[in-house]
Structure formats: C-alpha cells, structure tokens
Ligand binder design. Sequence first.
Ligand SMILES: [Zn+2]
Ligand SMILES: [Zn+2]
Length: 294
Amino acid sequence: MGQTFTELAKMARTTVRLHPQPGTPGRDDSSMGGPLLWPSDEQWPRCAQFDQHDSFSGIDLPTDPLPLVAVLQIFARDVPELPFPQGTDLCQVLWCPLDHDDVGCAPAVTVLWRDSSSISDPLLEHPPADPLHSEDDYLPRPCVLSPERVTEYPDPGDLSWDFQQRIQQWENEAIHDWSYFYHLLAAPGTKVGGWVAWIQDPAWPACEAGHEMQHLLTIASRESDGQSWKTWTPVEDRGRLGWHPSNVNGRPVRVPLVPDQEPADIMIGDAGSLYVFTCTRCDHRPTLALMQCS
Ligand SMILES: [Zn+2]
Ligand SMILES: [Zn+2]
C-alpha cells in the first residue's frame, strides 16, 4: 500500500500482535488471562463501584467488592515497545468482570506498571474470580502470548476525506480482491501500540490536561473476522485453516474455518474491542478505555 499511495508510507506504524493461544502460563510469563506476578503483601484489587454495574445484565449483581480479573500481563523483555514508565518492566491489565455504565457497558479496566525485580515474595495464588457475580464473557481463558511485529496503516476514518475517496476509487478500479478496509489497514486482534482498528468511527480521546492520548493496547473479542483473516492469519497458522462448503442464496461457497478466532473465549459486546489509551506526556500516565462493537 505504501507504494500505491506514497502518503501512506509516512503513516506506517508497527504494532505488536500478541496472538494469545490457550495454554498454562506461569506468573513469570507474559499472558492473557493468566496468573499475575503480584506482591503477597499487596491487597488484590476489588471493584466496589456498585452504582456503575449494569443492572440490566441479568446477573445477580454483587453486594460485596468484586475481585478484579487478570486480563493481560506483559513483560518488557517480550514487548519492549510498551511505554514502560522509568523503573518498570511489567505491565498488568485487570478488569472488573461486569458491564460498567461509565465505560459504555464494558468491563472497567485498570492498568498497573511494576518493577518485577522488586517482587521478592509473590502471591502464590490470586483470589479466584467470582463466576456467580461476573459476566462469563469477561473471564478470559488462560493464554500464552506470541508477540509478532507487523506494519500497519491507519483506519480510513483516520485519513482525510479526499484520501478515503482515492482509496475507494482504487478499490473500484483495480482488478484485485483487496479491500483497504478489510485487508490492509490496522491489524485486528489483541495488540500493543500502532493504529487502532476502529469498529465504529475514530474517537481518539484526550487526557484531562487536553493532550491527545496514544493507543496503548487493544483487547479484542476476536483475532480476525470473516475478511481480515485473509491477510492477517500468521503463516504458522495457515496450515490449520480448514474449509467447509456453505450455501449463500442457494449457491455453494467455501467458508474458511479459521482456527482459534476467540482463543481467550471473551466476548465484549457484539464481537467488540476494548481500546485502552494512555498519555505519556502526563507523569501519572492516565489511562482511558473505550469500547466499540458492531
Ligand atoms: Zn465493577
Ligand atoms: Zn496528558
């Protein structure tokens, strides 16, 4: 794309796709939904924002503080691209496993930065999640991570209107199967940094000081969708792609069986993504999470 539209070359960014795969990570490993390296003398965080819990969820809402759930743990040795604050080498992301009204009916996210060498007496086991009072979709299955660096380009909504029109024209004229939107822009799935694969219109937030925030990471329900798998399935997984015949309007077509599109077994809204932003210009590193779904 950088050759067809030379302006795009300047907008190329590297994102780190985390490629979660079900496994048994330990507390010293980077993981999704795995055990966290946690100081035994530090209380496990709980959510007591009872007034924010969505009362229409059909879940028996908790009346006691609800233990947060480990979503991601990433060590600097695996993903040095994360903006680790000075003196830290470990990023931990937890969420409250209930829809919060204040984040648009999505789990409320907490991001922690730590110095792993300072944790000499780690907690051997976290408090278990409370399945009775949690959204089952927000209890991730433990996964190991295989970080992969890829070059990506902005979502059409992050381009000028004129540029979007030119891309549209290229799609209409060219004899190829590629769609900029589905195949060539920002990488889908759970990832760190780079561009945001917006599901709806772009909505870059600002911190309280008015700075535009940066994309810290995305937690996605799916690693790819019915189109994006064509370009974004890693070479290692291509051999595992299966096909099965299907009927569309009475015509048989082949539909790909993409392996493990939902490795962590989470579902945010309707196949949505939770985008987490941070501001590196502010010393206290504010974070803000935003959910979009189809
Ligand atoms: Zn909560
Ligand atoms: Zn700021």
